[in-house]
Structures are given as structure tokens and as C-alpha cells.
Ligand binder design. Structure first.
Ligand SMILES: NC(=O)c1ccc[n+]([C@@H]2O[C@H](COP(=O)([O-])OP(=O)(O)OC[C@H]3O[C@@H](n4cnc5c(N)ncnc54)[C@H](O)[C@@H]3O)[C@@H](O)[C@H]2O)c1
Length: 237
């Protein structure tokens, strides 16, 4: 088992990609802790934490004594062109996606340095390829990529690794919320080089590799899990 005797904290592990990562980490022998605003519908160590609230993060961390792996997965999404973005929408997405990820790193890093552990940040293909309908989301996901690189450099000499996974369209409640009718989602899937939407487990497969000792010389890396979407161009078939 790749993660035997490791303690892993996953944000947003109640649903979607975070849940798939949690299930996979459990199967690989990890002791898994979830921070989420929603209670998970499966048996797991759980703290009700809104990652955009630093005091809630601090309170939960008082009870965590050992940590080897942090997966920053919790995130939110909305579509609105820049001229129609309300300040409240912008505040929320920056507070959760960017500040939440940042604050989780801030409070986890002393424990991760002690264990010479690692961090896996769930960014997005939209952190490197623009989606004009969601400039706020794309900006927060690009920021997570730079945070990943900065932290990888800062902590490499301490034996700590920091990597990012960049999922493409993955079948989760978040994606289903963005594409309401199934027909719209089917049309979108046809645009992907592999002509399909990804499964949360396919993201979990990459996260488990990055979190494991098999990735011992891997840091500061960006790993796309998107059926080739972010590598496509005007010439793609
Ligand atoms: N699904 C996709 O197509 C896709 C593509 C690229 C990137 N991503 C990223 O993957 C991550 C997971 O996405 P998903 O599709 O599984 O989303 P989801 O909405 O299905 O699940 C997100 C989970 O995060 C939790 N969460 C939301 N806000 C929170 C907060 N403030 N504090 C703590 N927990 C919170 C939710 O309760 C939920 O359990 C996100 O960061 C998302 O941006 C998803």
C-alpha cells in the first residue's frame, strides 16, 4: 500500500474529486481527515471547516498532531463575464479558492515540514487555458499554480514536495452544476480530444502518485488530467 502509516488531510472531501481522492487514499492505507463545509456521507474523520475562515482552520488544526499529506481540493466555480461579476461573487471565489488554499498551506506547513511530507494542490486546466466565461475562476486557479511553484522552491531543501493537479472536465456535482441539461454536457464532451468527460477516480490516481514516496523527486510540477484538453490547439482533430 502506497500510503501506509501516512496521515492525509483533504479539503472538500465530502463530494466529487475530493471524495474520490479520500476513498483512494484510504484504500492505499492512509489515515484520512476531511475538512469540508458539508458532512460527508461516508465514514471518515471529519471537521466542519470553511477554508475561507482562518479561525475555523486554526481551531481544527489544534486537534491534529501529525500530518504527512495535505490535498487542497475544496473549490467553487461560477460563470460570469467580467462586467457582470458582482463584488460578492469575486470575494467568495477568491476567499475559497485562493485564500482558502493559501491559509490551509500556512497552517499545515509546520506539521508537513516535521514529517517531510508533501502538498497536492488541485488547480485546473483553466489555470493555464482561458475560459472567457469564467475569468474569476481561471484567475484563482492560475494563482494556485504560482503558489505551488513558490512553495515548492521555498521548502524543497527541507524535504517537502509541493505539486499541482490540473483536472479538465470531471464528472462531479460542480461540473453538473455548470452544464445543466445532459445534452449540453454531451456536446461539451465531444470537444475534448478523448471525446469524453473524466472520472473523479482518474484525478485520484494522479493525486495518490504525487502524494506517495514513488514521487520522491517530483516537486513544483503541474499534472494535467484532462484527456489532452489543455494541450489541444486550433490544429487539433
Ligand atoms: N469537476 C471539474 O470539472 C473540475 C475541473 C477542474 C478543477 N476542478 C477543481 O477540483 C476541485 C474539486 O471540484 P469538484 O468538481 O469535486 O467540486 P464539488 O463541488 O463537486 O465538490 C467540492 C467540495 O468542496 C466543498 N467545499 C466548497 N466550499 C468549501 C469551503 N469554503 N470550505 C470547505 N469545503 C468546501 C464542498 O462542500 C464539496 O464537498 C475544485 O477545486 C475544482 O475547482 C474541478
Amino acid at each position: 500500500m502506497r500510503l501506509a502509516n501516512k496521515t492525509a488531510l483533504i479539503t472538500g472531501g465530502s463530494k466529487g474529486i475530493g471524495r474520490a481522492i479520500a476513498q483512494r487514499f484510504l484504500a492505499e492505507g492512509a489515515n484520512v481527515i476531511i475538512f469540508d463545509i458539508e458532512k460527508p456521507q461516508y465514514k471518515i474523520e471529519f471537521y466542519q471547516v470553511d477554508i475561507s475562515k482562518e479561525e475555523q482552520i486554526e481551531n481544527a488544526f489544534r486537534q491534529i498532531k501529525k500530518l504527512d499529506i495535505l490535498v487542497n481540493n475544496a473549490g467553487v466555480y461560477f460563470q460570469a463575464p467580467i462586467e457582470k461579476t458582482a463584488k460578492e461573487q469575486l470575494d467568495k471565489i477568491v476567499d475559497v479558492n485562493l485564500k482558502g488554499t493559501y491559509l490551509m498551506c500556512k497552517h499545515a506547513i509546520p506539521l508537513i515540514v516535521k514529517s517531510k511530507g508533501n502538498i497536492v494542490n488541485i488547480s485546473s486546466g483553466l489555470g493555464i487555458v482561458p475560459e472567457p466565461e469564467s475569468p474569476a475562476y481561471c484567475s484563482t486557479k492560475a494563482a494556485i499554480i504560482m503558489l505551488t511553484k513558490c512553495m515548492a522552491q521555498e521548502y524543497a531543501s527541507k524535504g517537502v514536495r509541493v505539486n499541482a493537479v490540473l483536472p479538465g472536465p470531471i464528472d462531479t456535482p460542480l461540473l453538473r452544476g455548470a452544464f445543466h441539461p445532459q445534452k449540453e454536457l454531451d456536446e461539451y464532451a465531444k470537444l475534448n480530444p478523448m471525446k469524453r468527460i473524466g472520472k473523479p477516480e482518474e484525478v485520484a490516481n494522479v493525486a495518490v502518485f504525487l502524494a506517495s514516496d514513488e514521487a520522491s523527486y517530483v516537486t513544483g510540477g503541474l499534472y494535467s488530467v484532462d484527456g489532452g484538453e489543455s494541450a489541444s490547439s486550433l490544429y487539433s482533430k
